[in-house]
Design a binder for this molecule. Structure first.
Ligand code: SF4
Length: 347
């Protein structure tokens, strides 16, 4: 094993999961399940509060604040087992990072919008705010699992506790919260974490920096990246919609806010990738050979078999994009920090 390979192996082995660390870090008071959606403890807020538009992701239009026609009286989805077949794949992509149960059980103390309609407006306004905060908590909690981020661990802990405290504010305070400002405060810290963690990979590039792997915010829509060496790449906020990433090496790649809708990750290696979330995986395609980081779940709609072995293109990150360029990365990856697979814009 070479020194570089050993470092990569350590990067992967040393990682716990964000959910595990949520329970271990001192002073946090968080439980592992707090950053995962618990639909049984939520009043189906994502099925009511958020709008969606008729598209490949949703069979119908729905306004914000109006219950989806598939929502049952018991807050369960009437087509849960057949969402993709019924034209609602967007619902299988979305994840609230545990914001739904926080708002339902903590912010509103278990009082639901059906039996207390007077709370509905405030509840639906608070939900996207807490969802953004919980997403930040996910990133910060993951940062605590990364050995390379040890130099900034105390800063990360402070930021996480600060954001966690915000999620426990009352409805009025939450509604008035400037989420963008908080994202702006946290983002430099997440950037620092990313640089520290990816330092071994970055040092291997020309002049200490591999320009071909610096693809922050890049337009890589439909890019042919089969078998590409993207080890340690900066793909923050990159547009990888429909990209062919079969067999790509994405270990230690920073994928915060990267749009992976429809990207083919069959056979790709994502172990040790930084700031990858479940909604991003859900929005992509993959197979049994796709290697994913601990703490994330292999989406049920991915192929259960392995595709043909990946073939290297011999080129790194050569985009076949539409040449749209000029799009900007946003704090914490992209505004909203998540793939827009559900077609909902939370404001
Ligand atoms: S179809 Fe989607 S939005 Fe509608 S109830 Fe089911 S999960 Fe909720």
């Amino acid at each position: 094993m070479t020194g570089g390979e050993e470092t990569r192996a350590q990067d992967t082995r040393a990682q716990g999961t964000a959910a595990e660390v949520a329970a271990e870090a001192p002073g946090a008071g968080m439980r592992p399940q707090d950053l995962r959606a618990d639909c049984a403890s939520c009043f189906a807020l994502c099925c009511v509060a958020l709008p969606f538009a008729r598209s490949a992701d949703f069979a119908v239009d729905k306004d914000a604040g109006r219950p989806c026609h598939n929502l049952q009286d018991d807050f369960r989805c009437g087509i849960h087992r057949h969402l993709r077949d019924e034209g609602f794949p967007g619902c299988t992509v979305y994840d609230c990072f545990g914001a739904g149960q926080k708002v339902s059980q903590v912010t509103f103390g278990g009082h639901d919008w059906r039996s207390e309609p007077g709370t509905a407006g405030r509840m639906f306004a608070v939900f996207p705010v807490v969802r953004h905060l919980h997403e930040l908590l996910w990133y910060l909690t993951e940062a605590l699992t990364l050995p390379g981020a040890a130099p900034v661990r105390e800063e990360v802990l402070r930021a996480r506790d600060e954001i966690d405290a915000l999620t426990r504010l009352g409805p009025e305070e939450l509604t008035g919260l400037d989420v963008a400002e908080w994202r702006g405060r946290v983002n430099p810290l997440l950037l620092r974490v990313s640089e520290l963690v990816r330092a071994p990979a970055r040092a291997g590039g020309q002049g200490g920096r591999d320009r071909k792997k610096d693809r922050r915010g890049a337009d890589l829509i439909g890019a042919r990246l089969r078998g590409a060496d993207l080890y340690g790449a900066d793909l923050r906020g990159a547009y990888l919609i429909g990209a062919d990433l079969r067999g790509a090496d994405l270990r230690l790649a920073d994928l915060i806010g990267a749009d992976l809708r429809g990207a083919d990750l069959s056979g790709a290696d994502l172990t040790g990738s930084v700031f990858l979330t479940q909604p991003q995986l859900n929005a992509a395609r993959g197979d049994a050979a796709t290697r994913i980081p601990p703490g994330l779940t292999r989406p049920a709609h991915w192929s259960a078999t392995e595709s043909a072995p990946a073939r290297s293109t011999g080129r790194d990150a050569q985009p076949r994009g539409r040449g749209r360029g000029g799009r900007q990365d946003a704090p914490a990856g992209r505004r909203g920090g998540r793939p827009k697979g559900r077609g909902r814009d939370e404001k």
